[in-house]
Design a protein around this ligand. Sequence first.
Ligand SMILES: Nc1ncnc2c1ncn2[C@@H]1O[C@H](COP(=O)(O)OP(=O)(O)OP(=O)(O)O)[C@@H](O)[C@H]1O
Ligand SMILES: [Mg+2]
Length: 251
Amino acid sequence: MEFAQAPNLPRVTSGMKGLDIILGGGYPKERNILVAGPAGAGKSTIGLAFLVAGIIEQDEPGIYVSFDETLDNVRNDALSYGWDLKSLEDQNLLAMIDGFSPRAGISSDEKYVCSIEIDEMINLLINLIDSIGAERVVVDSITAIAVGIDDEVTQRKEILKLSAVMSALTCTTIMVSEMRTQDEVSTMGVEEFMTQGVITLRYQFGQSGRRSIQVRKMRGVKHSLKERPFLITDQGPQVYPDEELYEFKSN
Ligand SMILES: Nc1ncnc2c1ncn2[C@@H]1O[C@H](COP(=O)(O)OP(=O)(O)OP(=O)(O)O)[C@@H](O)[C@H]1O
Ligand SMILES: [Mg+2]
C-alpha cells in the first residue's frame, strides 16, 4: 500500500510498523497527534511504544506525563512488553513526570512531579525538553486535566493552551484522550480540532474481543481511512495495515 505524501513533511516512527505503513512513513514530525479511545483500548501502550521507539530507533529522547497512573505502575506494566523504562530514565533518555500523586492527594518520591495546573506542567515540560533534549512528548491523559477543572470554558481554554504550546515547540506530541462513546472523539468539544492528527482505537468486548485502530485525520498526509486490526502482544502494540477488519460480533 503506497500513498502520495505532502513534500517537506519529515516523519518519525510511531513505534508500530503497521501504522507507519498506513501513514506512509510515520507520524509527521513535530506535530500534535490525539490518540483517543475507550478504557483499556491501548492508548497508554501506544504512547509508550512511540517514546521507546524514538529512543531506541531514532535517538530521540522523550517525556511521559502520567495523570492516570502512578509511575511505578506504568514502569511495571511496560515490563510486560519488555520495555525497561527505568534504565532509559537512568540514561537521561526518558523523563517521567508524576501528575498522578498530586491529583490523588498522595505524596510522591518521583524526581519530576506536577499538578494538573497547565502553566506548571508547561514550565516543567519546557525545562525538561531543554535539559534532556526531548523530541517526543506524551501527555496521558488530557481527559484527566479536564476532569480537574470545573467549568467547561476554562477546560477548553486550558486544553487549547496546552495544544498551542506543544505546537510551538519542536517536539512530536501525543495527547491521549478518553472516548466515552464510539463516535464522540471530542469529549470536551475541542480535542479533535486542536490537534493535527487524530487516531482512534476501538475495543469490542464479548466472546471474540477485538481491537482496532483508525486514522481519522492527519493533516498533510494521504492515508487510508480504513479501520484495521490492532493487537497488543508481549512485544507491544501491533497494527495490521493490509488486513481487513471483519464485522464486530455483537456478543
Ligand atoms: N503483554 C501483554 N500482551 C497482551 N495484552 C496485554 C499485555 N499487557 C497488557 N495487555 C493489554 O493491554 C491493556 C492495557 O492497555 P493500555 O493501558 O494501553 O490501555 P488504555 O487505553 O491506556 O487504558 P486506560 O483507559 O485504562 O488508561 C490491558 O488491559 C491488557 O488487555
Ligand atoms: Mg491508559
